[in-house]
Ligand binder design. Structure first.
Ligand SMILES: Nc1ncnc2c1ncn2[C@@H]1O[C@H](COP(=O)(O)OP(=O)(O)OP(=O)(O)O)[C@@H](O)[C@H]1O
Ligand SMILES: [Mg+2]
Length: 507
């Protein structure tokens, strides 16, 4: 402790000591400036600065919009990802929507910060947009991602890859499925898709697997087949197969073949390329058109049996038909070979009303991986349609259900026909009565057709029997009835011989 009296002398001593220290430091400094070259001086300066500045605990990654001329995938993914992370505390947002987008696109505004948590790590995103320096430059956009330095490895190894994957699935969820058509008159594609070969419109088909009336087991197996297909990229690579899958949908008109294709596209968010084979002039044309389709798409060729006269394949292959359009083998070669080497995640769907009319080359195992029979409406299918169209949901019933189910299971009626009847009224009682009446009429008609069929069959059989008898008459053979020999002699009328022969055959 010092007394108040001593204070001034102590203070003056301290001051004079400081003054002499400062004077010597200035002298040393000016001497050092004289002696030490500027480069070495700046190096020493920065080293001292580094040693005596406290260590920062955070690291900031700067993610620019472009890397060189190409877009930076991390930036795009972050932009998409951060849309889902906007918190109520965010003050400014950017909102946009193009005519082709379904929903508003929301993004954070310049200078805004978004805080994210990943695996108990706090990460701060900061959006920066710098004005262009002159009229010819463009604005410079970037994200700054700041976090504690000790999580650097986790951010690089887990967080950033997670953002890329999440952004991809958000993109898929938001994707508007397109229907591509050749020379589509309503194309909304700027400049037309696929180098002008395809025009496109948004696929507005509302069909989904939920709305499709078909055997539930079959439906489940199609969905799991599609799921397996899209997640097996590595598998296809490993076994050396092209990442593609072929489906053949067959069944009578109105059983939901086209609806199933739309449901597949809506489920996978794959675009559809609807190819009219009749508009193709030659194999090279076909190749060009197919090569202009994109990955993650479904190529559809409807009514394959009618589209082209496939049976003349060999003749066309031998160039005997100089003006032939294109050949089945051209199409098959493409499916098997060319397409395999130049596309990923491709699905091809053929539809036909008559599978038995298809060229066996198309049905060969390995060509179309899955054959799906779209069949007539069943009572289960009817219930699903009643639920969709009339709101009579699962578990509920209606007094007419019993009659309708009985009629549906014994009549060949398509889901399209059932749907049409159910649309006739919003009143469930009226619509179901309409359907019951329709089914009764249909049953009467089909019984009549059955009778006619039987008559036609009988006449055909008669014709065959006549042929057999004519031959036997020619050779003088004998005909047996109930084990007893019946004479068929020359000169006997064909009619009476036939009658006895018919008895022999049908007794
Ligand atoms: N299985 C089904 N489930 C639900 N609705 C169906 C089904 N099948 C047909 N429909 C209804 O009938 C309409 C016509 O069906 P769709 O065009 O899918 O039949 P298709 O089998 O492709 O016929 P086509 O052989 O004539 O091309 C559909 O728009 C849908 O409303
Ligand atoms: Mg169809």
């Amino acid at each position: 402790m010092f007394s108040l009296k001593e204070m001034p002398s102590t203070a003056s001593t301290l001051f004079s000591a400081y003054a002499s220290f400062a004077a010597s430091m200035m002298m040393i400094r000016s001497m050092a400036n004289e002696v030490i070259p500027p480069e070495l001086r700046s190096y020493l300066n920065s080293t001292f600065h580094y040693l005596f500045t406290p260590l920062s605990s955070t690291l900031t990654l700067v993610i620019d919009e472009y890397c060189g001329m190409a877009r930076n995938q991390v930036f795009d993914s972050a932009e998409m990802y951060l849309r889902t992370k906007i918190s109520p505390t965010t003050d400014r947002l950017r909102v946009s929507k193009s005519s082709r987008q379904k929903n508003f696109a929301v993004a954070i505004e310049n200078g805004e910060e978004v805080v994210d948590r990943f695996d108990n790590v706090q990460l701060k995103w900061y959006y920066v947009c710098k004005e262009p320096k002159n009229a010819y430059a463009i604005e410079k956009r970037c994200f700054e991602l700041t976090f504690n330095k000790k999580f650097k490895d986790k951010v690089f190894e887990s967080y950033l890859p997670y953002i890329l994957v999440r952004a991809n699935s958000i993109k898929q969820e938001e994707k508007v499925v397109k229907l591509y058509n050749r020379e589509c008159p309503f194309s909304d594609e700027e400049g037309g898709g696929g180098g002008g070969m395809w025009g496109s419109i948004n696929l507005e088909h509302p069909a989904t697997f939920e709305t499709l009336a078909m055997d539930p087991e079959l439906k489940k197996s199609i969905i799991s087949d599609l799921d397996r297909f899209v997640r097996r990229k590595e598998f296809y690579k490993r076994v050396g197969r092209a990442w593609k899958r072929g489906y053949l949908l067959y069944g009578p008109p109105g059983t939901g073949k086209s609806s199933l294709i739309a449901a597949m596209a809506n489920y996978l968010k794959f675009d559809i390329y609807d190819l009219e084979l009749t508009s193709i002039y030659c194999n090279s044309d076909l190749r060009r058109i197919l090569l202009s389709t994109t990955n993650r798409s479904i190529l559809v060729i409807e009514d394959i049996d009618c589209s082209v006269e496939m049976n003349n394949r060999q003749i066309q292959d031998q160039h005997e038909l100089p003006h032939s359009k294109f050949t089945l083998s051209g199409l098959l070669n493409f499916i098997d070979g060319l397409w395999s080497s130049c596309g990923d995640e491709r699905i091809i769907v053929f539809t036909t009303n008559q599978k038995d009319r298809l060229d066996p080359a198309l049905l060969r195992p390995g060509r179309m991986d899955v054959h799906i029979n779209m069949s007539y409406c069943t009572s289960r299918g009817f219930k699903l349609l009643a639920s969709n169209y009339l709101g009579i949901h699962h578990g509920k019933s209606h007094p007419l259900y019993g009659e309708i189910e009985g009629l549906i299971d014994s009549t060949k009626v398509t889901p399209a026909e059932v749907a049409e009847e159910l649309m006739k009224s919003e009143d469930a009682n009226v619509a179901l009565q309409e359907l019951a009446n329709f089914l009764k009429r249909k049953q009467v008609e089909s019984n009549e057709i059955k009778d006619e069929d039987q008559e036609a069959k009988r006449l055909k059989t008669d014709g065959n029997v006549k042929k057999i008898v004519r031959n036997k008459l020619k050779t003088g053979e004998r005909i047996f009835r109930n084990g007893r020999r019946r004479g068929v002699r020359g000169g006997r009328s064909l009619r009476s011989a036939t009658r006895s022969a018919q008895c022999i055959i049908f007794d």
